[in-house]
Write a protein that binds this ligand. Structure first.
Ligand code: FRU
Length: 500
């Protein structure tokens, strides 16, 4: 008998293919950020590269536009930018939801799931959630490159008998030829590290935390090796996770058993200093030489379920390439959008000369699907930057600016559009992060895509992501300086094409 989840999954794919034209033109729909055609999505799951495909699994409700019935949705891409929707990968079952987790390519069949020579199992490791009762780690495998999945018949593979114990991220630790799992005890605010030879039996090695941001519960850990920028052959280890409702990272060393933090302990470092970036993890099994790539969920649990989008909710961030650098005795995570984003450029405009700005200065270019590059000299005491989604006769915009006197990069969406859907959204409208200029200059690359702004500052030293819900006519781009004359040396505006 064909099961209902599979019929629904089939329907979902048919809808998303046949009616793409209808589904991808709704108000607020991002055009080059990943979104499901219909229904609710949260965390990215099981990011893995295999046989020329980047897989993106994600927390998905196949039955509606709010959180519930959590299952793994699925899409693939050959460039991390253009995605093809695939049928539901791992459906919920009776009283058990499929929570976040990861996916590995079991090249040597350590799990024994392959039954024929030449078969390479993909193995998903996820949290089985029984509401109010138990969270334990389960596995499922695919022998057809991720198209169909079978749950292991001896699950769970790791159960502490706890209500909160989740989000396993498993990767291959080559030096010791073993699998390593990072997983969290959310309430204890602790990450644990386990090892295994076969993905079925796990031994506890060590734990990390509480540390850094301990205000919220801890979710979605990841531990990965990252190249040091401009120092070929040198690497560090990053422990990144989501203390609700934001994210933080630690940079240090991992010896196969224990993670040690090399950064000052009294300071909180975030992969994103905006309101809407959560549950990011990195890809497993990337081709040799490719830098680690992360994807995060562009939303915030404080208001996530009420954002005014239909028939879908939530988008993924642009995939970000990661490296680290020591700046003023601190290790900083550097993030840049993957290069393939440049293949979407539809039209391009660049100012040939420098532009002096004192006060407001509206550009001739406009758009709601843009990639804007700016570099300007932030003279002492200046407050300057850019307003996007500018409209309503100058009453509406999101502001991205640099306050030189306070050495702060900020984003302010209080005037950007619809806010009334949830009081928390209005309260979380201004975000700041300390950032030093480089040789007296600020350099921003800003992606504005309908209802998302993603700001990469100073070559990815700080990133800020925010949702906004502007009118369609809010497409102006305005440079500004509130008090001093500043000089913009780079103003490049690219209009990006939809990926759907
Ligand atoms: C994070 C999270 C995870 C959990 C999943 C459930 O956003 O709460 O901890 O596995 O979402 O959908």
């Amino acid at each position: 008998m064909i099961k209902l989840p599979f019929l629904l999954a089939l329907l979902y794919v048919q809808l998303s293919v046949a009616q793409q034209n209808v589904f991808y033109k709704e108000p607020y729909r991002p055009q080059y950020h990943f979104t499901p055609a219909i229904h609710w999505m949260n965390d990215p799951n099981g990011l893995v590269y295999h046989k020329g495909e980047y897989h993106l699994f994600y927390q998905f409700n196949p039955f509606g536009n709010k959180w519930g019935h959590m299952s793994w949705g699925h899409a693939v891409s050959s460039d991390l930018i253009r995605w093809q929707h695939l049928p539901l990968a791992i459906p919920e079952e009776k009283d058990t939801m499929i929570f976040s987790g990861s996916c590995v390519v079991d090249e040597h069949n350590s799990s024994g799931f392959a039954t024929q020579p030449g078969q390479v199992p993909m193995v998903a490791i996820y949290t089985a959630h029984i509401e109010g009762k138990n969270q334990s780690q389960h596995i499922a495998y695919s022998l057809d490159d991720g198209r169909t999945w079978t749950k292991y018949n001896a699950n769970p593979v790791l159960d502490l008998g706890k209500k909160d114990f989740r989000d396993p991220k498993v990767f291959w630790y080559k030096p010791q030829q073993k699998w390593v799992m990072a997983v969290v005890l959310p309430i204890e605010k602790q990450a644990q590290f386990y090892s295994s030879k076969d993905l079925k039996q796990w031994q506890l090695m060590s734990s990390f935390g509480p540390a850094g941001d301990t205000t919220g519960i801890w979710e979605c850990p990841d531990l990965f090796e990252v190249p040091v920028k401009d120092e070929p052959g040198k690497t560090k280890w990053v422990l990144m996770h989501s203390p609700a409702p934001y994210m933080q990272y630690f940079i240090g060393e991992f010896d196969g058993y224990t993670f040690t933090n090399s950064n000052p302990t009294g300071k909180i470092y975030r992969p994103d200093y905006g309101p809407d970036y959560y549950a990011a993890i990195v890809y497993n099994n990337l081709p040799t030489g490719q830098k680690p790539v992360s994807i995060g969920w562009v939303n915030n649990w404080n208001y996530a379920q009420d954002i005014p989008t239909t028939p879908w909710k939530s988008a993924m961030s642009l995939p970000r390439e990661l490296s680290v650098k020591k700046i003023n005795n601190e290790w900083i995570l550097l993030q840049e959008p993957v290069e393939a984003i440049n293949t979407l450029v539809k039209s391009f405009f660049s100012y040939g000369s420098k532009k002096e700005v004192s006060g407001p200065s509206l550009l001739a270019q406009k758009g709601q699907t843009i990639d804007l590059e700016l570099k300007w000299r932030v003279v002492p005491g200046s407050q300057s930057g850019v307003r996007l989604a500018w409209g309503g006769g100058g009453t509406k915009y999101i502001e991205v600016g640099y306050d030189e006197a306070r050495r702060l990069l900020y984003i302010d969406r209080s005037k950007a559009g619809e806010t009334g859907f949830n009081p928390a959204f209005g309260k979380q409208s201004r975000y700041e992060t300390p950032l030093e200029s480089i040789d007296g200059k600020m350099k921003l690359r800003i992606f504005f895509d309908k209802s998302i702004v993603e700001v990469f500052a100073n070559d990815g030293q700080a990133v800020m992501t925010a949702q906004l819900f502007p009118d369609e006519e809010q497409d102006g781009i305005m440079l500004f300086s509130n008090n001093k004359k500043v000089v913009f040396e780079t103003i490049t505006c690219r209009i990006l094409a939809p990926v759907w």
